[in-house]
Design a protein around this ligand. Sequence first.
Ligand code: ATR
Length: 279
Amino acid sequence: MSGSSSPTVGVIGWPIAHSRSPLIHNHWMAVHRVEGRYDRLPVAPDAIEGFLADFPSSGLVGANVTIPYKEIAYRAVAERDPVAERLKAVNCLWTDGGRLVGANTDVQGFVGNLDVALPGWDDNPRVAFVLGAGGAARAVVDGLVHRGYAVRLANRTLARAESLAALYPGRVAVCDFADAARAALQADVVVNTTSLGMKGEGEIPLELHRLGPETIVADIVYVPLETPFLARARAAGLRTVDGLGMLLHQAVPSFEHWFGVRPVVTAELRALVEADLLS
Ligand code: ATR
């Protein structure tokens, strides 16, 4: 049962107050009767190296890592899973024989969400279009490439898209940001990974009403829950996948790494997090 005074797992970031990970993992810990507690663990930039070095002796079973520490966590671990190795970013930590070990579950969050929301989505992979080239785009592109898609990538800052594409020779083609609407027309899967579409940000420059009726449209933004981009896609009759699904599914492998049980993303858990986002 939970209720012990110090956390056994948590999420490190800076700032970290907005993180919904405690809600998700504490729910699963209760469901699976795992003792302990999952907390937000604010770690200031001047303390992060020490925090990671001390982790194996800290008493923590594991931790998630969020912005801006995924790259420093990648460098700090003694061993990483292949996805973390490809993305050069770690978002999940634990210790093994006194050594700090890391994984990246963001790719599994993106594809795992699609697998559940739209089974068979990748049965005949052709072309995907991704807007953005930041950390989240990296996970999305990696997932799409490994499911067999040829990816077209557009980003406001062209050089950033080019660096990302260079990691996947022959699999990712860069197009001009100004040309995004045209490049997206040929895609079966269209993903927004930019912060455009959050409240107060600009409009995403895609002509969703011109996409084929079977096109899947995904947004990694989950505040608001239904972004104006997804609302437009739904109004155009397209299949949509929201960012909350990716958040919930990236938590699944972390919990499994720490506690050896694979938890399930249920409607009840989703409703819990939705209610918190709306409060
Ligand atoms: P994350 O790790 O969440 O992906 P990030 O690395 O800061 O965050 O990336 C944010 C993405 O949103 C980038 O692709 C960024 O474009 P730039 O590389 O040109 O900065 C994109 N983005 C943010 N604000 C934008 C805007 N107003 N117009 C277009 N793209 C924007």
